[in-house]
Design a protein around this ligand. Structure first.
Ligand code: URP
Ligand code: ZN
Ligand code: ZN
Length: 459
């Protein structure tokens, strides 16, 4: 059935106006004032609401074998939580370990998602080693529709690559026109600092941050930028967390290195005192890079407002309290990560736009449009235009609520943002013209999501 969304205030990365949107066969076919209502059309009154393009989360983990356990999510739970929070597309990290076959890993991740996602999705392909088979396997994966790689400069012997492997990955990426995304921390320093702290009996979650200090992330960021500058590949830093790393990335940007920056919502709003609560309460807030000193918040918000930070993702990586307790006697055994897929958009809107000084168009850009452009989804995704996919978020800016694990959809027994107020939320969310969320609740088709094949961008 066709859909007519009437009288909403359409807000994209570069425009704002009141109009109607008509949708046929998954696609926006008309935008205008007082559009007529053809027969067999469902009409949705969006008066007083914002209509945003579907939000895109460029960094999530759903299926993830990691740190002797598995992230606590399925594509069913993660995608429905995403939609309730206004995210209509996510890009998942496909992360076979160094001991796994990359192509088999890619097929496994695709199988896990197929038929179980309610929103659209794609993958960044992790390169966790570079051996005789890697090049041909990556060519096959890119030909199948993956236009971004992921490398880890940390997690030595598991996901991590050495400098030679980073170089080979970038050279291939440059040839193929693929963007290289990277987790930037110095693996050697993390390992040495972890061993030192543990030997001193410093075993609680409050020692996670001191084991990967800001300088360690700044070094990884600097090295990643140097390799991009040398190879000519295009790069994207994931989950940048602190001012020293930001300075290195901005210095590279300003001398023309093709480098883009993502920060994730926990690093704008939470700080290291959460992990300093100790015990399992602190373990809930262990992630890498770690939550930092609060003084980093302002530089991150400023850089986001000015467009130096390109995107805001989540690094959604959920483990429940029992899993977090696996690290009760060693912070090095606490599974790293925090759930955020459901709350990213509401938190960014509330603390950025509603209560902060983030321009609403920059908000749309950072949470949707820029990811669509960088990762080969634009203009199908990331905007509201005739011909674009009808992924729409009808957002109620008058809603007032509080984040609570008691009311969340995400499959976890805590919420790191517990008790935070929100000033708005999606009331209706569509995926290619089908209403998936109504009155803030998932009511749609649990298997609606499609695997999005993306073409290399040749930046
Ligand atoms: O702590 C985190 N970030 N967990 C997920 C793995 C990663 O580094 O992205
Ligand atoms: Zn990471
Ligand atoms: Zn991640």
């Amino acid at each position: 059935m066709a859909l007519l969304i009437k009288s909403g205030e359409i807000i994209t990365a570069d425009s704002r106006y009141v109009a109607d949107i008509y949708i046929e066969d998954q696609t926006i076919t008309r935008i205008g004032v007082n559009l007529e209502t053809p027969p067999d059309t469902e009409v949705i009154d969006a008066t007083g609401k914002f209509v945003f393009p579907g939000f895109i989360d460029p960094h999530v983990h759903v299926y993830l074998p990691f740190m002797a356990t598995f992230a606590k999510d399925t594509h069913t739970t993660a995608s429905q939580a995403a939609l309730i929070g206004g995210t209509t597309t996510f890009i998942e990290m496909c992360c076979p370990s160094r001991n796994d076959d990359a192509l088999e890993g890619y097929r496994l991740w695709k199988e896990k998602a197929a038929g179980s996602s309610a929103c659209d999705y794609s993958f960044h392909m992790s390169v966790t080693k570079f051996d005789e088979q890697t090049e041909s396997q990556l060519r096959e994966i890119v030909a199948d529709g993956i236009s971004s790689f992921k490398i880890f400069l940390s997690y030595k012997n598991f996901f991590g690559v050495d400098d030679g492997e980073m170089y080979q990955t970038m050279m291939l990426a440059k040839e193929l026109g693929v963007i290289v995304t990277a987790h930037c921390e110095n693996a050697e320093l993390v390992g040495q600092l972890q061993a030192k702290l543990m030997s001193e009996g410093k075993t609680g979650p409050e020692w996670h941050e001191p084991s990967r200090p800001e300088a360690v992330e700044a070094e990884g960021t600097q090295r990643f930028a140097t390799f991009l500058e040398t190879t000519g590949a295009t790069g994207y830093i994931v989950h940048l967390s602190c001012a020293p790393a930001l300075e290195r990335a901005m210095a590279a940007k300003s001398r023309g290195v093709p480098i883009f920056i993502e920060s994730v919502i926990p690093h704008f709003l939470l700080d290291k005192t959460y992990a300093e609560r100790g015990g399992v309460e602190g373990a809930k807030f262990v992630m890498s890079p770690p939550l930092r000193d609060k003084r980093n918040h302002k530089p991150l918000w400023d850089a986001l407002e000015q467009g130096f930070i390109d995107t805001v993702g989540t690094d959604h990586c959920p483990f429940d309290v029992m899993q977090k307790a696996m690290g009760a006697s060693a912070f090095t055994a606490i599974p790293n990560g925090i759930p955020a897929i459901e709350d990213r958009v509401n938190l960014l809107y509330t603390y950025g736009v509603s209560r902060g000084s983030l321009d609403i168009h920059r908000f749309v850009d950072a949470a949707s449009t820029k990811s669509a452009k960088l990762f080969g989804l634009f203009p199908k995704k990331g905007t509201i235009a005739v011909g674009s996919d009808a992924d729409l978020v009808i957002y109620d800016p008058a809603y007032r609520g509080v984040i609570s694990s008691a009311t969340q959809t995400v499959n976890n027994d805590y919420n790191g943002f517990e008790g935070m107020e929100i000033d708005g939320k999606p009331s209706i969310v569509t995926v290619r013209g089908v209403v998936q969320v109504r009155d803030g609740k998932f009511t749609g088709d649990a298997a609606r999501g499609e695997f999005l094949r993306r073409k290399p961008q040749h930046f």
